[in-house]
Design a protein around this ligand. Structure first.
Ligand code: SF4
Length: 247
């Protein structure tokens, strides 16, 4: 019987892998699906991607845990540029994914994971990084899915500490509450501000998409367009430099 861990390299999945190693739980592979912005640019925040490839994957490989890396043929840009086939937005670009029902998860993340799992023996056990105190998510576990963090009573806080102790806490937690794509419509303002400040190349890619005509929606998230967010940060910058000037 094989045992796999679906791993985003966030604190809970890393804590699960560390717990498996600590308690000699069977674990054969980490499975990581990298969402892509387009064919060459990752959807991971650059800091998190560097952590994954340069630190976390080698750490577990050295301890006998290989990582299988999966990609979908669909990307954020390919989903963005698909056209709506019916309804009010017919023939328009699907454009920005909805906050509540993100098609990036549906089209770029789940299919490669599902296809990979289908090739595995039917009795394969899948570990999921769900902490002991995430009772709602624990209730949704299916047959052959196990949370090692529940088994060893490790809550979210303890999971974070385990990662810190192992030197395996992703730098993404410096500016975001959890991992996710850098173009996520659910991103908090602090996360978007980080992108604006530190990754202008990625920021400009989103502004270029915003400039495309004939989109089904202009809004990046529930309330604002990407251009409006850009303008808001520019305004904040202007206020700061004015304050500096007056001091
Ligand atoms: S992180 Fe955000 S954009 Fe990426 S798949 Fe999840 S909900 Fe969608």
């Amino acid at each position: 019987m094989s045992h796999i861990l679906s791993c985003s390299f966030g604190k809970d999945s890393i804590a699960t892998a560390l717990t498996a190693l600590q308690y000699h739980e069977p674990l054969d592979q980490l499975i990581y699906c990298e969402v892509m912005f387009d064919e060459t640019c990752s959807g991971e925040h650059p800091e998190h991607r560097q952590f994954i490839y340069e630190k976390a994957i080698p750490y577990f490989a050295e301890r006998g845990l290989p990582t299988v890396i999966l990609h979908s043929s669909e990307t954020y840009v390919s989903c963005f540029c698909q056209t709506v086939s019916r309804g009010k937005g017919k023939n328009k670009l699907k454009s920005f994914p909805l906050t509540g029902r993100c098609i990036i998860q549906r089209d770029c993340k789940i299919p490669p994971l599902t296809a990979y799992k289908k090739q595995l023996p039917t009795d394969t056990v899948q570990y999921l990084g769900i902490a002991w105190d995430e009772s709602k998510r624990l209730k949704r576990l299916k047959e052959n899915q196990i949370s090692l963090l529940e088994k060893y009573k490790i809550n979210e806080r303890a999971a974070l500490q385990l990662c810190q102790q192992a030197g395996l806490l992703s730098p993404i937690y410096d500016f975001a509450p959890r991992g996710g794509c850098w173009f996520c419509p659910n991103a908090k303002t602090k996360e978007l501000r980080h992108l604006y400040d530190h990754h202008p190349d990625l920021w400009n890619r989103m502004l270029a998409l915003q400039a495309l005509p004939n989109k089904a929606t202009e809004r990046f998230n529930r309330v604002m367009t990407f251009s409006e967010i850009d303008e808001m940060f520019r305004w904040e910058d202007r206020q700061l430099s004015m304050n500096d000037f007056l001091l």
